[in-house]
Design a protein around this ligand. Structure first.
Ligand SMILES: [Zn+2]
Length: 320
């Protein structure tokens, strides 16, 4: 690393550290509310109003939307395999919605990652279902920590995946070879995308979302570069007409995911160039460096926060 690069890196690092000493940014609070990882926040949610919407995607795969991450369901004569299970209080509603599709048992739940809005219902399903996930999902659920500034308690034993894998796993059910493929250091360090080759459906977990700039959980091993690599790999392995279930948002296509990853690459490229020119994150924000993507910064992750995440990725800051 040249001295100049080092100085620029140091400036950015200072600027990012100063940002952390300021009061908790609103987007983190919002993030906590959205992820619903802290019990306090959980208590504020009125799950009684949530309705589970079921959409047939293709073949034997359905998408269930309620509150939290999208659920994928493979339904057939062998039983049901779920991808993610939202929040614990929604489990009875999710089970009731699945009963409308089939009387067969829910035999497996595959977690795309450990966040509470995707794996929060594990304990409610584990009596009848085998929970499967990447080994870091089990580790992070077991240990607890913080996500988006909110404390996460260690999960109960019943919520832990009982089968873990470190690269990929396949579940053969309903004539489908359901493939869970680990992509390291994307949204977290335990992400898997789930591919249903016979039905031609891909569940991307939170490596692809449609709410604007994505949340990258850097404290849990997530990185923007890893997310870019993961989406690129997923798009390379899936057919061009695959139907994509995003972690959050409506059913999507390859073109939608392509647009998303192109945005990740372009915004990271703009920030990398600005870093090379010696600009600090504050200057990038003042310059409206990401003006082209202004609309995406109006959701969950604001543009300024996205610039900070990109800067940290470019100069490879390790979160404290
Ligand atoms: Zn997540």
């Amino acid at each position: 690393m040249s001295t100049r690069k080092f100085i620029i890196g140091g400036q950015i690092l200072r600027s990012l550290r100063q940002a952390r000493t300021r009061p908790l940014p609103a987007y983190w609070i919002w993030g906590g509310a959205m992820l619903l990882v802290a019990g306090v926040v959980l208590a504020q949610q009125d799950f009684s109003r949530v309705e589970i919407k079921v959409t047939k995607v293709s073949g034997n795969v359905y998408m269930l939307e309620g509150s939290g991450g999208n659920i994928g369901a493979c339904v057939g004569s062998d039983g049901i395999l779920l991808v993610d299970d939202q929040f614990a209080p929604l489990a009875p509603k999710i089970k009731a919605a699945l009963k409308q599709l089939s009387d067969k048992p829910i035999r497996y739940v595959v977690n795309t990652h450990f966040h509470g809005d995707h794996a929060g219902g594990n304990a409610e399903f584990s009596a009848e279902s085998t929970i499967i996930a990447h080994e870091n999902v089990r580790k992070r659920l077991q240990e607890g920590g913080t996500v988006g500034g909110s404390a996460v308690q260690p999960a109960a034993k019943e919520a832990l995946p009982v089968i873990t894998f470190n690269d990929r796993a396949t579940v053969h059910i309903n004539g489908e070879d359901v493939r869970a493929i680990h992509f390291p250091h994307g949204h977290t360090d335990g992400d898997s995308v789930i591919f249903f080759p016979q039905s031609n459906v891909l569940h991307m977990g939170d490596d692809f979302v449609t709410y604007g700039f994505p949340f990258v959980d850097t404290k849990s091993g997530g990185t923007v570069s890893g997310m870019i690599a993961g989406v690129e790999k997923a798009l390379a392995l899936a057919p061009a007409d695959v139907k994509i279930i995003p972690g959050h948002g409506p059913l999507s296509t390859v073109a939608d995911a392509r647009k998303f990853v192109d945005m990740l690459k372009e915004t990271r490229g703009l920030v990398a160039d600005a870093v090379k020119q010696g600009k600090t994150p504050d200057q990038m924000k003042q310059d409206h460096l990401l003006a082209k993507y202004e609309q995406l910064g109006k959701g969950f992750i604001k543009t300024d926060a996205w610039i900070d995440v990109l800067c940290a990725d470019v100069i490879q800051v390790k979160p404290e």
